[in-house]
Design a protein around this ligand. Sequence first.
Ligand code: HEM
Length: 471
Amino acid sequence: MTSITMSGAPTAAVTARSLVNRPLVHAHLLAGIGWFLVAILAGLLFSTQFVRHYLFPDQELLSPGRVRMVHTHLVAFGFIFNCLLGGMIWAVPRLCGQRILSDKLGWLIFGVWQAIMLSAMAGILAGHGQGVEWGENPTWIDPFVVVGWVLVVTNLIVPILRSREKNLYVSIWYFLAAFIWTALTYVMGNFFVQYWVPGVSGAAVTGLYIHDLVGLFVTPIGWGLMYYFVPVILKRPVWSHAMSLIGFWGLAFFYPLNGVHHYLYSPIPMYVQYGAVVSTIAVELVVTTVVINFFMTIRFDFDTLRTSLPMRWFYTGMVLYFITCLQCAFQTTLTFQKIIHFTDWVVAHAHLVMFGVFSFWIFGIIVHLWPKLTGRQWASRRLNEWHYWLSMIGLVIMFFDLTIAGLVQGFSWKALSPWEESIVASIPFWWVRAFSGVMISAGALCLVSNIALTARRPVTEMAPELQPATT
Ligand code: HEM
């Protein structure tokens, strides 16, 4: 039995089973799905506040502002972090032909991370949240997160260092960069602003933080996993290795400069704001090369988008990524900002990227890996299809709804109409947002019930030990 290597060539006779700690990957994905449910429940709950039907108006613990923090915090750190980590624990040993440093350490990280999520949620609901977007968890949790990340990196970097491959496959480049960037980004957002850089400078740093958390933590790991899973499923290498490196270095160079585009028209020096605008537009060019590379890779196999659900999730996410970045290149201009700043346009954009791109990639990974992790084939293809279509249509409705709401709000403010007018005009849009949230939640329930039904199926003999390591 062979394993995939960084050059894409099969090497020594190492069984896939001996390389990957499958229960650990399974646990991370399962925990991620659990946090996803809590996060969208919080999103749904908060959306009822906008239509004046908040379900718990007199409960301080569930006051809307806190529930919003739970929503954003758990999608990023509970759902996305757990699932991306699960994906790396699967991919890194296979790319390097080496196991992670320690299974025990892996389980310790798993347990501690879930405890951190629980404490963060409890702390936020109890009113100890910090006023830093995506850095909301109470201050006393931050050191644990930093230590946790150091342990994650230690566990995953050892197989990379031990690898006998001469050339690092592009996924590993992305993972290595994410290891460093995530640490720097987290410390910057959660310690600098609080202790050393108050005021306007702190606002600039916070802008860098939220943007870099998407661009330098979620994005590199997400793309790294796409560079792994897409060729594995298609059974052909990526179209151009050189282009994948252009994408990597382009991201590395331009992305960190983007964050201040969250603070256009603010007291932050104009040259910094212009720099952020130019580098944001540059990122779109970089992204184009990456997307072209993936579409050239699939050019002879477009039918897989119909037959393979994981591939459909992956490529839908890529198209939405391209659209998000294209949107970014326009909305970062000062002309657009005059209208859309502080409006629901931004919320639409945030859902497009966090749900439509990274969550979709994660769902593709879950659909692909689940039979390999559990040894059971999916109980129902139809439920998985429903999950895809409900999520997709729910997202499209939410996106267009909030984008139009943003324009209505922006033009109303620009016309200096009374503030209340924009609120009244927005309420129908907020109803539609709540409705689209119900669709997305129904999709998630299809996934969860399919997981439960699958768990009742007999373990098939072929999986997981007997599966070829390249699949
Ligand atoms: C049931 C589905 C969902 C509903 C009803 C929902 C609802 C909401 C609401 C009401 C807000 C606050 C908007 C505001 O303060 O004006 C929000 C913010 C946000 N949500 Fe969701 N959401 C859902 C799913 C998701 C998912 C799946 C993700 C990501 C995986 C996500 C990521 C975010 C982010 C990043 C923000 C912050 C947006 C910003 O500050 O601009 N949401 N969501």
